[in-house]
Design a protein around this ligand. Structure first.
Ligand SMILES: [Zn+2]
Ligand SMILES: [Zn+2]
Length: 243
Protein backbone atom coordinates (compact mmCIF):
# COMPACT_ATOMS: atom_id res chain seq x y z
CA UNK A 1 0.00 0.00 0.00
CA UNK A 2 1.28 3.44 -0.86
CA UNK A 3 2.30 5.49 2.11
CA UNK A 4 0.12 8.56 2.60
CA UNK A 5 2.00 11.59 3.82
CA UNK A 6 0.19 13.60 6.43
CA UNK A 7 -0.14 17.31 5.93
CA UNK A 8 1.26 19.49 8.73
CA UNK A 9 -1.21 21.56 10.76
CA UNK A 10 -1.91 25.10 9.58
CA UNK A 11 0.66 27.62 10.74
CA UNK A 12 -0.02 31.06 12.18
CA UNK A 13 1.27 32.67 8.96
CA UNK A 14 -1.14 30.72 6.76
CA UNK A 15 -4.06 31.36 9.10
CA UNK A 16 -3.39 35.10 9.05
CA UNK A 17 -3.50 35.16 5.25
CA UNK A 18 -6.74 33.13 5.25
CA UNK A 19 -8.36 35.27 7.95
CA UNK A 20 -7.58 38.46 6.05
CA UNK A 21 -9.43 36.99 3.05
CA UNK A 22 -12.32 35.87 5.24
CA UNK A 23 -12.75 39.34 6.75
CA UNK A 24 -12.84 40.86 3.27
CA UNK A 25 -15.48 38.35 2.09
CA UNK A 26 -17.48 37.31 5.15
CA UNK A 27 -20.60 36.35 3.20
CA UNK A 28 -18.96 34.36 0.43
CA UNK A 29 -19.71 30.66 -0.20
CA UNK A 30 -15.97 29.98 -0.51
CA UNK A 31 -16.42 27.63 -3.44
CA UNK A 32 -13.17 25.69 -3.99
CA UNK A 33 -13.51 26.30 -7.73
CA UNK A 34 -14.12 30.05 -7.43
CA UNK A 35 -11.42 32.53 -8.41
CA UNK A 36 -11.27 34.00 -4.94
CA UNK A 37 -10.44 30.75 -3.17
CA UNK A 38 -8.10 29.68 -5.97
CA UNK A 39 -6.17 32.95 -5.73
CA UNK A 40 -5.97 32.63 -1.97
CA UNK A 41 -4.80 29.02 -2.28
CA UNK A 42 -1.92 30.14 -4.49
CA UNK A 43 -0.88 32.75 -1.90
CA UNK A 44 -1.09 30.29 0.98
CA UNK A 45 0.93 27.75 -0.99
CA UNK A 46 3.70 30.35 -1.37
CA UNK A 47 3.64 30.92 2.37
CA UNK A 48 3.78 27.16 3.06
CA UNK A 49 6.73 26.85 0.71
CA UNK A 50 8.61 29.74 2.29
CA UNK A 51 8.08 28.08 5.66
CA UNK A 52 9.51 24.84 4.30
CA UNK A 53 6.30 22.88 4.93
CA UNK A 54 6.03 19.57 3.15
CA UNK A 55 3.18 17.08 2.93
CA UNK A 56 1.07 15.31 0.35
CA UNK A 57 -0.27 16.64 -2.95
CA UNK A 58 -3.24 17.98 -1.04
CA UNK A 59 -1.09 20.35 1.07
CA UNK A 60 -3.13 23.57 1.09
CA UNK A 61 -5.30 22.77 -1.90
CA UNK A 62 -8.49 24.71 -2.67
CA UNK A 63 -10.70 22.24 -0.79
CA UNK A 64 -8.62 22.60 2.36
CA UNK A 65 -8.53 26.39 2.05
CA UNK A 66 -12.30 26.55 1.53
CA UNK A 67 -12.78 24.38 4.61
CA UNK A 68 -10.51 26.64 6.65
CA UNK A 69 -12.55 29.70 5.65
CA UNK A 70 -15.69 27.91 6.82
CA UNK A 71 -13.89 27.06 10.07
CA UNK A 72 -13.37 30.79 10.55
CA UNK A 73 -17.06 31.39 9.93
CA UNK A 74 -17.78 29.19 12.94
CA UNK A 75 -16.12 31.91 15.04
CA UNK A 76 -18.01 34.75 13.38
CA UNK A 77 -20.73 36.18 15.65
CA UNK A 78 -22.38 37.81 12.61
CA UNK A 79 -23.30 34.45 11.14
CA UNK A 80 -25.64 31.74 12.20
CA UNK A 81 -23.02 29.05 12.19
CA UNK A 82 -24.90 26.09 13.57
CA UNK A 83 -23.37 22.89 12.27
CA UNK A 84 -20.13 24.50 11.13
CA UNK A 85 -17.04 22.85 12.50
CA UNK A 86 -14.33 24.83 14.19
CA UNK A 87 -10.80 23.79 13.29
CA UNK A 88 -7.80 23.90 15.57
CA UNK A 89 -6.95 25.94 18.63
CA UNK A 90 -4.57 28.28 16.78
CA UNK A 91 -7.36 29.35 14.46
CA UNK A 92 -9.35 30.48 17.50
CA UNK A 93 -6.32 32.37 18.84
CA UNK A 94 -5.72 34.15 15.53
CA UNK A 95 -9.42 35.03 15.29
CA UNK A 96 -9.35 36.54 18.77
CA UNK A 97 -6.20 38.53 18.00
CA UNK A 98 -7.19 39.97 14.63
CA UNK A 99 -10.90 39.65 13.79
CA UNK A 100 -11.59 43.07 15.30
CA UNK A 101 -8.60 44.70 13.70
CA UNK A 102 -8.72 44.02 9.96
CA UNK A 103 -6.58 47.05 9.15
CA UNK A 104 -3.67 45.82 11.26
CA UNK A 105 -4.12 42.32 9.84
CA UNK A 106 -4.01 43.62 6.28
CA UNK A 107 -0.66 45.25 6.98
CA UNK A 108 0.73 42.08 8.52
CA UNK A 109 -0.48 39.95 5.60
CA UNK A 110 1.00 42.35 3.05
CA UNK A 111 4.37 42.00 4.81
CA UNK A 112 4.11 38.21 4.99
CA UNK A 113 3.34 37.98 1.27
CA UNK A 114 6.13 40.42 0.58
CA UNK A 115 8.57 38.18 2.43
CA UNK A 116 7.41 35.07 0.54
CA UNK A 117 8.59 36.73 -2.65
CA UNK A 118 12.17 36.45 -1.46
CA UNK A 119 12.24 33.93 1.37
CA UNK A 120 12.88 30.25 1.24
CA UNK A 121 13.31 27.95 4.21
CA UNK A 122 17.09 28.10 3.67
CA UNK A 123 17.17 31.85 4.14
CA UNK A 124 16.80 31.43 7.86
CA UNK A 125 19.07 28.58 8.97
CA UNK A 126 19.19 30.01 12.50
CA UNK A 127 15.62 29.00 13.23
CA UNK A 128 14.04 27.37 15.15
CA UNK A 129 15.46 28.82 18.32
CA UNK A 130 14.36 27.48 21.68
CA UNK A 131 14.28 30.83 23.42
CA UNK A 132 12.50 32.76 20.72
CA UNK A 133 8.71 32.86 20.76
CA UNK A 134 7.21 33.32 17.34
CA UNK A 135 5.69 36.79 16.96
CA UNK A 136 1.93 37.33 16.81
CA UNK A 137 2.60 38.16 13.16
CA UNK A 138 3.96 34.68 12.39
CA UNK A 139 7.13 32.80 11.58
CA UNK A 140 8.19 34.54 8.37
CA UNK A 141 8.17 37.99 9.97
CA UNK A 142 9.89 36.53 13.05
CA UNK A 143 12.68 35.34 10.78
CA UNK A 144 12.85 38.69 9.07
CA UNK A 145 13.17 40.41 12.45
CA UNK A 146 15.99 38.07 13.49
CA UNK A 147 17.72 38.38 10.17
CA UNK A 148 17.66 42.18 10.42
CA UNK A 149 19.04 42.40 13.93
CA UNK A 150 21.82 39.91 13.16
CA UNK A 151 23.08 41.63 10.06
CA UNK A 152 26.79 41.87 10.95
CA UNK A 153 27.44 45.06 9.00
CA UNK A 154 24.65 47.14 10.50
CA UNK A 155 25.27 45.74 14.00
CA UNK A 156 28.90 46.79 13.77
CA UNK A 157 27.89 50.28 12.66
CA UNK A 158 25.33 50.57 15.45
CA UNK A 159 27.87 49.60 18.12
CA UNK A 160 30.49 51.97 16.70
CA UNK A 161 28.00 54.87 16.65
CA UNK A 162 26.87 54.17 20.22
CA UNK A 163 30.43 53.86 21.46
CA UNK A 164 31.40 57.14 19.85
CA UNK A 165 28.46 58.91 21.44
CA UNK A 166 28.50 57.36 24.93
CA UNK A 167 32.07 56.13 25.39
CA UNK A 168 30.99 52.62 26.32
CA UNK A 169 28.51 49.92 25.24
CA UNK A 170 25.62 49.10 27.52
CA UNK A 171 22.07 47.79 27.48
CA UNK A 172 19.77 50.69 26.61
CA UNK A 173 17.05 49.25 28.87
CA UNK A 174 18.84 48.17 32.06
CA UNK A 175 22.29 49.71 31.64
CA UNK A 176 24.17 46.42 31.90
CA UNK A 177 27.74 46.79 30.62
CA UNK A 178 29.41 43.51 29.65
CA UNK A 179 32.89 45.02 29.67
CA UNK A 180 32.47 46.58 33.12
CA UNK A 181 31.10 43.32 34.55
CA UNK A 182 33.22 40.66 32.85
CA UNK A 183 36.36 42.59 31.96
CA UNK A 184 38.22 42.19 28.66
CA UNK A 185 36.12 39.19 27.62
CA UNK A 186 32.99 41.34 27.66
CA UNK A 187 34.54 44.08 25.53
CA UNK A 188 32.37 44.90 22.52
CA UNK A 189 29.74 42.43 23.68
CA UNK A 190 26.08 43.48 23.37
CA UNK A 191 23.07 42.42 21.29
CA UNK A 192 21.03 44.47 18.86
CA UNK A 193 17.24 44.47 18.79
CA UNK A 194 15.25 45.71 15.82
CA UNK A 195 12.53 48.04 17.12
CA UNK A 196 10.38 48.40 14.04
CA UNK A 197 7.08 46.50 14.33
CA UNK A 198 7.48 43.26 12.42
CA UNK A 199 4.38 44.03 10.39
CA UNK A 200 6.28 46.96 8.97
CA UNK A 201 9.30 44.99 7.85
CA UNK A 202 9.31 44.93 4.10
CA UNK A 203 11.51 42.61 2.11
CA UNK A 204 14.53 44.33 0.59
CA UNK A 205 14.25 47.37 2.86
CA UNK A 206 17.48 48.49 4.50
CA UNK A 207 17.78 48.69 8.27
CA UNK A 208 18.53 52.13 9.65
CA UNK A 209 20.73 52.63 12.71
CA UNK A 210 17.78 54.35 14.37
CA UNK A 211 15.75 51.10 14.06
CA UNK A 212 18.20 49.29 16.34
CA UNK A 213 18.59 49.42 20.09
CA UNK A 214 21.36 47.82 22.15
CA UNK A 215 20.12 45.23 24.63
CA UNK A 216 21.88 42.83 27.00
CA UNK A 217 21.18 39.14 26.44
CA UNK A 218 18.68 38.94 29.32
CA UNK A 219 16.64 41.95 28.26
CA UNK A 220 16.62 40.80 24.64
CA UNK A 221 15.34 37.36 25.65
CA UNK A 222 12.60 38.89 27.73
CA UNK A 223 11.42 40.98 24.77
CA UNK A 224 10.96 37.81 22.72
CA UNK A 225 9.92 35.46 25.53
CA UNK A 226 6.18 35.47 24.78
CA UNK A 227 3.47 36.98 22.60
CA UNK A 228 3.01 39.80 21.98
CA UNK A 229 6.70 40.71 22.03
CA UNK A 230 7.53 43.60 24.32
CA UNK A 231 8.48 46.96 22.94
CA UNK A 232 11.55 48.61 24.49
CA UNK A 233 9.10 50.84 26.39
CA UNK A 234 7.36 47.73 27.81
CA UNK A 235 10.75 46.44 28.87
CA UNK A 236 11.76 49.69 30.59
CA UNK A 237 8.38 49.85 32.29
CA UNK A 238 8.77 46.29 33.65
CA UNK A 239 12.26 47.15 34.91
CA UNK A 240 11.19 50.42 36.51
CA UNK A 241 8.34 48.98 38.58
CA UNK A 242 10.71 46.39 40.06
CA UNK A 243 13.45 48.74 41.11
ZN1 LIG B 1 19.45 44.75 29.84
ZN1 LIG C 1 14.96 41.26 18.83
Amino acid sequence: MAETKRNPPWTRDELLVALDYYLDNPDDYFSPTGNGVLGLTAKISHVAKALGLTGSDTLRNANGVSMKLLNFRAHDPNHNTKGLIRGNKLEEVVWAEFADNPTALKKVVASILDVTQVATAEDAPFLPEDDLTEAVEGQLLTRMHRYRERNATIVKRKKAAYLKQHGHLCCEACGFDFHATYGERGGGFIECHHTKPVSELAAGETTKLADLVLLCANCHRMVHASRPWWTVEDLKEALSVRR
